[in-house]
Design a protein around this ligand. Structure first.
Ligand code: HEM
Length: 146
């Protein structure tokens, strides 16, 4: 497999730390929101991280992803599967998170019916997000540390 080398290790490291904080806050939000029903903590957690996350993905990851494609990422799809899966699953996770945040911004007051309907989507978002994070971590280790 041809190892693709990306520039700007320092930015990648900062993004790695920011994403680790984001995924931790997401799980804290899930614990307090879902397990302990403290919705204020849940909402504060979710809104603050969605903004930070949309910034890291749109200003850093998508441009780096396009750079990787121009460097030949798709010429070796099997060798780069972790990165390709990361990008696809990551796009799905961001979209799910953004839609959920928007729905709850529009329908303020947490109607119980809506909460019940949204629950499976929240759990799906959490799982897909955790997967994207683990694949991002894999990408960081392979392209930046090895
Ligand atoms: C929930 C969604 C996502 C999470 C949790 C996530 C997480 C991460 C993490 C932890 C890294 C390692 C840090 C780094 O190397 O900069 C990373 C790298 C990367 N991500 Fe994501 N990511 C997500 C979505 C996306 C999307 C939607 C794309 C592009 C379509 C993308 C493209 C990339 C690329 C190209 C890198 C390598 C950047 C580099 O090392 O220069 N990610 N991601």
């Amino acid at each position: 497999m041809l190892q693709l080398t990306l520039p700007a290790f320092e930015i990648a490291l900062i993004v790695m730390i920011v994403e680790t904080v984001i995924v931790s806050v997401l799980f804290v939000g899930w614990y307090f929101g879902s397990r302990q029903m403290k919705y204020r903590i849940h909402h504060g957690a979710v809104y603050s991280i969605i903004l930070a996350h949309v910034l890291t993905v749109s200003l850093w990851m998508i441009p780096q992803g396009l750079l990787l494609v121009s460097m030949g990422l798709l010429n070796d799809p099997i060798g780069n599967l972790y990165q390709i899966l990361h990008d696809i699953i990551g796009l799905l996770a961001v979209s799910l998170g953004a839609v959920l945040a928007l729905v709850f911004l529009i329908k303020r007051g947490m109607p119980l019916k809506l909460l019940k309907k949204a629950r499976p989507f929240m759990i799906l978002t959490l799982i897909v997000w955790a997967l994207a994070f683990l694949l991002g971590l894999t990408s960081f280790i392979i392209t930046r540390l090895l």
